[in-house]
Design a protein around this ligand. Structure first.
Ligand SMILES: [Zn+2]
Length: 340
């Protein structure tokens, strides 16, 4: 994982896998598309345009994700960063949207951005009709952005269309968990259809294209399943408070414990443990929801979240504490279902 740069304060991370895709796209454009539309071009010129086109495609995907992230922040949903990976990109939102309307806006702006980029590229292509290279370049970008917009509008979670579907179901029923279950089911179904189409294409002789469909299908299927699991954990943790799930830190005689000692917890205190103070970004208050603690645990480098009142650390929450609670809740739900 490469930490590349920041845009509008949002960290942009690029998976190493993206470099491979960048190379593949440049190569396929330089050896296929550009020589076909410009038969008398040199190899060097074709490569140069292949790389420029791949870089502009990269920028298009980034703009799509940035639009999600900026609208999310505008609606009070923190964004940890944008990750660009082999299948495109993802805006890592730290919380779910507060309302169905916010979810619809955050999801909808991505495909809208891609449609706008496609339209602008198409328009530019008409303006530069005298320059065959520019026509080829803008034509390519208009087409891929149009496809990105359409693909993302498929109503299967976690695609943007699936988020729009969830927003509609959520608004209609008032139940976030129920809406998530149906939107992720639609996502899993679409993913399996993609895998089946990929197998058919591969059998029909389009091996690379078919394999690509299978890989995207498997990726989406996995993403839909983990989105569902996360939504279920959220349903279980949201009603609980941090102090309900934490492992209490043994306190000293005066009822409080100095922060550094609590942080040490039997381990060496390193320099960055100084971060551990009340109000530190990675700590939670005892009355905070257990879901908030779980989200902070996800980005914690230490693998635990301190629970801090005004003066001292009163407990810590680790993955084990969360698993204990989620496991108990799940067993309770199973018993209830069997009894029903
Ligand atoms: Zn999107």
């Amino acid at each position: 994982m490469l930490q590349a740069f920041r845009v509008a304060g949002i960290p942009i991370r690029v998976d190493a896998s993206w470099l491979l895709v960048f190379g593949l796209i440049s190569w396929s454009l330089a050896s296929g598309y550009f020589p076909r539309v410009m038969p008398d071009a040199s190899v060097g010129a074709a490569w140069l345009h292949g790389i420029v086109a791949a870089a502009l495609l990269f920028a298009s995907v980034l703009l799509h994700e940035l639009s999600h992230a900026l609208v999310a922040i505008e609606h009070g949903v923190p964004v940890a960063g944008i990750r660009l990976h082999v299948f495109g990109g993802v805006s890592e939102m730290v919380a779910e949207p507060p309302t169905p309307q916010a979810e619809a806006l955050i999801a909808g702006v991505g495909p809208l951005t891609s449609f706008v980029i496609a339209a602008v590229c198409y328009g530019m292509g008409r303006l530069v009709a005298g320059n065959p290279w520019m026509v080829a370049l803008t034509g390519y970008l208009a087409a891929v952005n149009f496809i990105i917009a359409l693909f993302n509008l498929v109503p299967g979670f976690p695609l943007d269309g699936g988020r729009l579907l969830r927003a509609m179901l959520w608004s209609w029923s008032g139940h976030f968990g129920w809406a998530t279950r149906w939107a992720t089911r639609a996502g899993s179904t679409f993913a399996l259809v993609l895998v089946a189409l990929g197998v058919l294409r591969a059998v029909g002789g389009e091996l690379v294209g078919g394999l690509w469909f299978v890989l995207i299908g498997l990726f989406l299927h996995q993403a839909a399943r983990s989105s569902l699991a996360l939504a279920q954990i959220r349903e279980q943790l949201e009603p609980l408070r941090a102090e309900d799930v934490m492992t209490p830190v043994p306190s000293t005689t005066d009822g409080s414990q100095p922060l550094a000692e609590a942080a040490a917890d039997g381990e060496q205190v390193s320099g960055d443990e100084a971060l551990l103070s009340p109000g530190a970004a990675d700590a939670v208050a005892p009355q905070a929801s257990a879901w908030e603690a779980f989200l902070k645990l996800g980005v914690s480098r230490r693998g635990r979240v301190p629970v801090v009142d005004e003066r001292s650390v009163v407990g810590v929450i680790t993955q084990r504490d969360i698993q204990r609670v989620v496991g108990v809740e799940r067993r309770r739900a199973d018993v209830a279902r069997r009894a029903a």
